[in-house]
Design a protein around this ligand. Sequence first.
Ligand code: HEM
Length: 375
Amino acid sequence: MKWNEEHGLLPLAHFASMRATEPVAYQNGAWHVYRYEDAKAIFADPGRFSSEMSDSPSPDVPIEHSILRRDPPKHRQLRALVTQAFTPRAIEALAPRIETLAHELLDKAEARGGMDAIGDFAGPLPVLVIAEMLGIPSRDREQFKEWSDALVGTDYDRFMQCQREMSDYFGRIADERKRNPHDDLISRLVQAEADGSPLAPVELIGFCILLLVAGNETTTNLLGGALLCFDDRRDDWEAIRDDRSLLSGAIEETLRYCSPVLNMTRRVRQTAVVADRKLEAGEYVHLWIGSANHDEAVFERPDRFDIRRSPNQHLAFGHGIHFCLGAQLARLEARIALGALLDRFPNFRRDRTAPLERVDSSFVFGVKHLPVLLS
Ligand code: HEM
């Protein structure tokens, strides 16, 4: 049986029923949008659908001051400061280092004959990469992982406590880099200016937190999702092993099929009509990327995992001005990590005796552990 049918981890039947019966639904005090075209149109309209969750974000929640949660013109200024670190050339330059990190993790797993593909590989790899980019000690990665989990989790007190801990942590490093700049992203950010003024401390800290969270949990879950899907379809795994040109398409299909970010939120700025429903200013809207990416109006046989799907215009990285800044980095990490596994462990398979359990989060999708056998 397929992993998703067996465990019902992805609510595909619920999404299909909502798309068919109530594509724009008012549930639990907010709007929920399930169809592809509606979600895409809202992503493309920051004038009517704001990314700012309140009119005066609290200084105690730095992530609310990051680019993810700002509208134009502030969004444009902040994004301009960081795009340089994420140009295709800058990202490709990271490839040799990512390769080394991936192989170091696999060396340890090989010595043991198996691994938890999440805890030992897909989890640490993106944390190590982003820690090096930012210029923060990778020995603190257990701490980053704990913070990332709390930020996507459901415990509000823990969320707030982590915002404070992360503010202290990044605040200290930023002060240190002001006095003693290194060749890293935090040093560039403390020196950077948005339209002539430096980043406010809360904006700088918000951006660091965003990168740590946006870049980790999501990429981990992309790798975990790919391994689940490939394990179900051994013929795909073998085809990719023999023809690496199939790998990029397989990664795109994983992004579509088990989208690591299931939904993103917007706040209605001006009254808007979506699929005959009237959304009033001030109301919140959840855009269900996980459902949009299975919309039968756009994707033929959407519940089939097809590594050769073309076109594959999924919304896994969002759409419009907030389109994921780290999309190329995530794709590169996935290409290198899965390529290394294919090279070294062609007989890799999931340990099906171990139960699958979903990460506790309503807006990211992934599994907590994924034990695999390597020989
Ligand atoms: C934005 C998904 C990896 C950094 C976004 C958005 C999505 C997304 C859906 C749009 C948010 C919105 O419209 O409100 C993903 C997925 C990833 C991934 C599925 C991995 C598979 C990364 C990585 C980084 C990153 C590796 C950086 C290291 C960002 C940033 C934004 C963003 C900074 C905000 C961009 C803006 O607001 O202009 N991501 N992401 N992401 N992502 Fe990613």
